[in-house]
Design a protein around this ligand. Structure first.
Ligand code: NAD
Length: 466
């Protein structure tokens, strides 16, 4: 038995099996979670399919009201949800609380959008309308770094457009999502939103399911490719938000002392487990040493610990696999560069202190791969065009940033960056009204904003003789 339940067809139920969820700060089992079977997944999809005609024909005003009610309910449960999130994910409680309120704000944002019919032509014997219809059942698949906010990239937009949803959180962070859905279950008709948790074994089944019309996926590039392949047979719509290896290019005119704290935050928030974290830093040779020194002193001062403890800035890595991967990358980086500080902490919990590696070059694993952890390679350059070329040489293209006091100069570099989002003098800034998507192998399609909403719809043209 578990305090957490699946939500299928409006009813809370146990999984056909259970699984343990580990608190990464203690490595101890913190809760027992339902583990859905394939039969439960099939029932969730069937419930969503059955609920679709009713929900898609519900006036949009009523769907908006439901989203607003959900936002309020999430806010009213923020303390409970944040504590669960910290214990399953590891992030500091203040960050978890911000994530819960952020998720509520995303529901509010979509509650204020409309999906108007666009008249393309009207006159001279012809009237043409572009309408946006819901697709049907959406499979929403979420990773473990931001379980609630990434859920909120998908669910409110899908529901506003009139779709029904089967939501699947990641195997190591299912609990905050299950609890949130339990709290909002009474605010939607049965079957409109279903949630199942799995042991990393049902994502492929959801992707292949013939009654699912679209997969909205956030996760690694490797799994994204499997989603694309799995969706091919039924020609599902897919939106893929995948991995990144965001470069930051620091031009020669910035002050390292005032800029380093912003860069540090951009690289180490959520212990570096952010798709759009700053993951490689290119710094001009004239300020290279002082920038490295500033980053090292910030790293040494950072408070790393259990997210439930007051004052913790950085929590543990979320799971053992990621912990081992990041340690391996640091060990490899030590062969090619200078590890200035950081490394793992010899205590219980998947803790790695913020790690700065200098005198390291492109062509090493730490620079070329997505580390997804608290370790930042700092790379020296002399020619900014060359730094830009190296930044663009990655197969990833999620985000990037240019740091300079000369906005026009920074803008000219930003335009040439091959990434879905480029920030100037910041990194990691997202909002529900700003469309978000990756270039190259960082993704396919867009989430958030009007553009993201449209991806949960099918374009229908009605062309009339008048
Ligand atoms: P992952 O790809 O291992 O898992 C993501 C989700 O996919 C989980 O729910 C998992 O159970 C499910 N899954 C596993 N196998 C599947 C399959 N065959 N078919 C369908 N679904 C399957 O990713 P992760 O390790 O949980 O997350 C980290 C990765 O996610 C990083 O690469 C990070 O950059 C990326 N990410 C991207 C964004 C973005 O918006 N671009 C946001 C956050 C994280």
């Amino acid at each position: 038995m578990s305090d957490f339940k699946l939500l299928i067809n409006g009813r809370l139920e146990d999984g056909d099996q259970t699984m343990d969820v580990i608190n990464p700060a203690t490595e101890a089992v913190f809760a027992v979670c339902p583990r859905a079977s394939k039969a439960q997944l099939d029932r969730a999809v069937a419930a969503a399919k059955a609920a679709f005609p009713g929900w898609s024909n519900t006036p949009i005003a009523a769907r908006k009201a439901a989203l607003l009610a959900i936002a309020q309910r999430i806010q009213s449960k923020a303390d409970e949800l944040a504590r669960i999130l910290t214990q399953e994910q590891g992030k500091p409680l203040a960050d978890a609380t911000a994530e819960v309120y952020g998720a509520a704000a995303f529901f509010q944002y979509f509650a204020n959008l409309d999906i108007p019919v666009k008249v393309i032509e009207d006159g001279q014997g012809r009237k043409v309308e572009a309408r946006r219809k819901p697709l049907g059942v959406i499979g929403a698949i979420v990773p473990w770094n931001f379980p609630l906010i990434l859920m909120a990239f998908k669910v409110p937009a899908a529901l506003l457009a009139g779709n029904t949803v089967v939501l699947k959180p990641a195997a190591t962070t299912p609990l905050s999502t299950l609890k949130l859905c339990e709290h909002i279950a009474d605010l939607l008709p049965p079957g409109v939103l279903n949630v199942i948790s799995d042991a990393n074994d049902l994502g492929g089944e959801l992707t292949k399911h013939p009654d699912v019309r679209k997969i909205s996926f956030t996760g690694s590039t490797a799994t994204g490719k499997k989603v694309m392949a799995g969706a091919a047979d039924t020609l599902k719509r897919i939106t893929l938000e995948l991995g990144g290896n965001d470069a930051g290019i620091v031009l020669d005119d910035i002050d390292p002392k005032t800029t380093a704290p912003k860069i540090f935050q951009s690289a180490f928030q959520n212990s570096g487990q952010v798709c759009i974290a700053l993951k490689r830093l290119y710094v001009h040779e004239s300020i290279y040493d002082s920038m490295c020194d500033e980053l090292v002193s910030l790293a040494n001062a950072a408070v790393v610990g259990d997210g439930l403890q007051q004052g913790t800035q950085l929590g543990p890595l979320q799971n053992k696999m990621q912990f081992e991967k990041v340690k391996e990358l640091i060990a490899d980086a030590a062969k090619h560069g200078k590890v200035m500080c950081g490394g793992d902490v010899p205590e219980r919990g998947y803790f790695i202190r913020p790690t700065i590696v200098r005198d390291i070059a492109d062509g090493t694993r730490l620079v070329d791969e997505e580390q997804f952890g608290p370790v930042l390679p700092v790379i020296k350059y002399s020619d900014p065009e060359d730094a830009l070329a190296r930044a663009n040489a990655s197969p990833y293209g999620l985000g990037g940033s240019i740091w300079s006091t000369d906005l026009a100069r920074a803008h000219s570099f930003a335009e040439k960056m091959d990434a879905g989002t480029v920030w100037i003098n910041k990194h990691l800034d997202l909002a529900p009204n700003i469309p978000f998507g990756g270039a190259k192998q960082s993704g396919l399609g867009t989430e958030l904003g009007d553009e993201g909403l449209m991806e949960f719809t099918q374009l229908q043209v009605i062309n009339m003789a008048v």
